[in-house]
Design a protein around this ligand. Structure first.
Ligand SMILES: *Cc1c(COP(=O)(O)O)cnc(C)c1O
Length: 229
């Protein structure tokens, strides 16, 4: 027996938080992070209205995207070169690009598959050593380099906040939003138009992320775990 799935409850909370922050709920996409659950829980979330799901392991991305082609599948995990073909074949959006060689490989594979791969650039705003991502000072040059790849479209930025400190999380999210504005101003017209997504906020800090301008929140435990408060 799996835990009860709380997608519709969390979706209502996200809508309410948008209104409280003076934001249009249509601007914020709830991405259900299904990395710890099986297909039964994905089915249950789909039945409650979920359309976007995220995985952090290529094998799980392939399996679940194949089982549920009606959903949009996001890749939020560590990118390894040898798994890029599987990722590009199944991901609508890759949130975790932070190495140019991976961007170049995504471009080559996407060209072969006849697609343009939407990606976000992961930024290590907090500077914690345990976190991956480009340094904020390098973000503009990195985005410009990736945006120049013909089969890669950079849609925005992603970050993970320090855990267990909501004030630090808030500062991190505000920092990403400000950085995205700066990066966008440096992009040529069409690339600037495509570049509007801010993927930030998880189960413990998504309210702070929405207040700071998130357009995607990535929520796992609050939807799928029976132990999350
Ligand atoms: C697991 C994960 C999430 C979801 O975290 P929860 O705390 O379960 O909501 C979000 N983003 C990334 C990159 C993750 O790996």
């Amino acid at each position: 027996m799996g835990a009860p799935v709380r997608y519709s409850l969390v979706a209502e909370e996200v809508t309410a938080a948008c209104r409280q922050a003076g934001r249009d709920p249509a601007e914020v996409r709830l991405v259900a992070v299904s990395k710890t659950v099986g297909e039964g829980a994905v089915s249950a979330a789909l039945a409650q209205g979920a359309r976007d799901f995220a995985e952090n392991r290529p094998d799980q991305l392939v399996a679940k995207a194949t089982a549920f082609p009606e959903a949009r599948w996001h890749f939020i995990g560590n990118i390894q070169s040898r798994r890029i073909r599987d990722i590009v074949a199944h991901a609508a959006l890759v949130h975790s690009l932070h190495e140019l060689r991976h961007g170049e490989r995504i471009d080559a594979v996407a060209a072969q598959l006849g697609k343009v791969q939407d990606v976000l650039v992961e930024v290590n705003v907090s500077g914690e050593q345990s976190k991956s991502g480009v340094a904020p000072a390098d973000a503009a040059a990195f985005v410009a380099a990736c945006a120049g790849l013909p089969h890669v479209r950079v849609r925005g930025l992603m970050t993970m906040a320090p855990q267990g400190n909501l004030e630090a999380a808030r500062g991190c999210f505000q920092g990403l939003a400000q950085l995205a504005d700066e990066v966008r101003r440096g992009l040529p017209g069409e690339q600037a138009t495509a570049f509007g997504e801010l993927s930030m906020g998880m189960s413990g800090d998504w309210r702070q992320a929405i207040a700071a301008g998130a357009t995607m929140v990535r929520i796992g435990r609050a939807i799928f775990s029976d132990t999350f408060e």
